[in-house]
Design a protein around this ligand. Structure first.
Ligand code: ATP
Ligand code: MG
Length: 313
């Protein structure tokens, strides 16, 4: 697209940005522009993921747009509502946003990778003293939500007709003030529902932060996207993992390897003390104590558990 046209589209979509974005910033080659939430629940975790993937973003005096120092990426900070559209029309090449926003906005983008943070679900809830009888319960009822698109599609699938009242916030108080019979909203722990006397009756979708991509990126940008995804995979796989070293008598190696299966082939090193070997393995942090107890029971000694910095695959 012509630079001038691109610039006009951008400013129509995001008028508040017009004063902040220098002209040359829309002209980028061999550089992947990623849209991130400017502030809010996903902002910090998105930057942390990039940082752990070795992509340093200068956050001092943060601007609308900032370039990474050591990777061909620049960050465009936006409200999360605007990210799917920005990526769909190619103003950003990729974005990190909740799957719920992607589904709600329904713009054409590719969901490239689940990033395993910002986990929540979108659920229907009704006052807890009312008996729920299944989706047909909502026939002819009023439901308050900030996610009318997802909800309309779900009810269309179920063949239920109801009145959807779109409101921007404080959805959970709608039943108590007589605005709606039920609500459709984001739930994570469920505490807000309980506080408002509501019971969750249907989970319509599960969500987490996802990497989305513009359709039809050129080969150069796809190459950067693939590198980024592979780094994200490494970061996500190393989370919650520990590196374990354990000395076992040679005649117990087979049993030990059943307790701590290796990712590929086990790393097995002979010790100076004949008759003993060291096994190295990557294990889930949650399983450390359980595995250590099982290994000790078969005669293993000197179990060493270390933090794991990276698991590059
Ligand atoms: P913005 O100002 O960018 O529009 P927002 O207020 O719409 O932000 P946030 O509250 O920051 O959005 O939430 C961003 C995303 O975090 C949600 O769309 C959802 O994907 C995810 N999320 C995870 N847990 C929760 C939760 N308990 N409440 C709200 N959002 C959650
Ligand atoms: Mg928003």
């Amino acid at each position: 697209m012509e630079l001038a046209v691109l610039r006009q589209v951008f400013f129509v979509l995001f008028p508040e940005a017009s004063a902040k974005l220098p002209e040359e910033d829309l002209n980028r080659n061999n550089m992947l522009r990623i849209a991130l939430q400017s502030k809010g629940r996903l902002n910090e975790k998105s930057l942390e993921l990039l940082r752990e993937a070795g992509i340093g973003i200068d956050e001092t005096g943060r601007k609308l747009l900032s370039k990474a120092a050591n990777f061909p990426v620049e960050i465009l900070y936006l409200r999360d509502d605007d990210i799917p559209q920005t990526v769909s029309c190619g103003i950003a090449d990729a974005g990190i946003v909740g799957l719920n926003e992607v589904m709600e906005r329904n713009f054409e983008v590719d969901v490239l990778q689940h990033l395993e943070f910002g986990k929540c679900r979108l659920s229907l809830a009704i006052p807890k003293y009312i008996e729920y009888t299944g989706p047909g319960f909502f026939e002819g009822k009023k439901i308050a939500t900030s996610y009318p698109g997802i909800l309309k599609r779900w009810f269309a699938e179920k063949g239920v007709n109801c009145e959807i009242r779109e409101i921007a916030g404080s959805v959970e108080i709608s039943p108590s003030i007589g605005l709606a019979d039920g609500i459709f909203d984001i739930v994570s722990s469920g505490g807000t529902l309980v506080q408002n006397g509501l019971a969750e009756v249907e989970t319509v979708m599960e969500s987490d932060a996802v990497l989305i991509g513009c359709r039809g990126l050129d080969e150069e940008k796809m190459r950067i996207v693939r590198t980024l995804m592979s780094r994200f995979t490494s970061v996500l796989r190393s989370r919650g993992k520990k590196y374990m070293l354990v000395n076992v008598p040679n005649d117990r190696i087979d049993e030990a390897l059943k307790i701590i299966p290796s990712m590929k082939s086990p790393t097995l090193l002979p010790l100076a003390d004949k008759g003993w070997s060291a096994i190295h393995a990557v294990i889930d942090e949650a399983e450390v104590w359980d595995k250590a107890d099982q290994l000790k029971a078969i005669g293993a000694e000197d179990i060493l558990v270390l933090s794991m910095e990276k698991l590059i695959i």
